[in-house]
Design a protein around this ligand. Structure first.
Ligand SMILES: [Zn+2]
Length: 217
């Protein structure tokens, strides 16, 4: 061992949930100080949101900066749970994913599970441009996780609710990040989400989409 310990190779941290190596400055720190890898973080986003919210004072009034913009902060539900809670949630997500693959994996190689109920949008032309505002009018946004394969814009798929299959069209597919949905939609930076990633599938359907619904193709 050298004078400053250079002779000894530093062991890389391993994710306590899946065993993957965690790179320097990556990973997500939980409430109890344990760090999980980015892949596990992405999966856990199915249940735990991260969002930019306005800062408020003790009375609930929004606080403003000198330039007139609201002060914001990030509220991350994942920072508020312990490793044990993360492990339990991950077991549940993996069990749901495996059950889905077992159930419909023979018929579909791309599978997405909804983490929340879908919501209907009618974005303004000012925010998304006229062509997209027409396409997206009254479309349903489904927030969830890609369990198998990948999803992209302009694809036909089926929506599965309680075993009933309904034909739908995926208008757009956006990867989820800390931004609010509206920001992701108007930024429209990159489309396409793949296995293990959380995202929004924007579909055309008359059905209301419940939490736990499946989209497959
Ligand atoms: Zn991991």
């Amino acid at each position: 061992m050298g004078l400053f310990g250079f002779g000894k190779k530093k062991e890389k941290a391993k994710c306590p949930l899946c065993g993957a190596e965690i790179g320097f400055l990556s990973g997500k720190v939980l409430k109890d100080g344990s760090t999980i890898c980015n892949g596990c973080e992405s999966k856990l986003r199915l249940k735990y949101d991260e969002a930019v919210v306005n800062k408020t004072d003790a009375l609930g009034n929004v606080q403003f900066k000198d330039n007139g913009y609201a002060k914001t902060t990030i509220v991350d539900d994942l920072s508020a749970i312990t490793l044990d809670e993360a492990r339990a949630a991950m077991d549940e997500i993996n069990a749901t994913s495996q059950a889905l693959v077992g159930e419909i994996g023979g018929s579909y190689s791309n599978i997405f599970t909804a983490g929340k109920s879908g919501f209907v949008i009618a974005p303004k032309a000012l925010d998304v441009g006229l062509p997209r505002s027409k396409k997206l009018k009254n479309a349903t946004v489904v927030d969830g996780l890609v369990v198998e394969g990948e999803f992209n814009k302009d694809q036909d798929a089926v929506l599965i609710i309680n075993g009933k299959e309904i034909n739908v069209h995926i208008i757009e597919a956006h990867k989820k990040d800390v931004s609010a949905f509206e920001t992701t939609l108007s930024a429209n930076l990159k489309q396409g989400i793949k296995k293990g990633e959380n995202g929004y599938l924007i579909i055309s359907t008359e059905e209301s989409v419940p939490e736990g619904a499946t989209i497959a193709k």
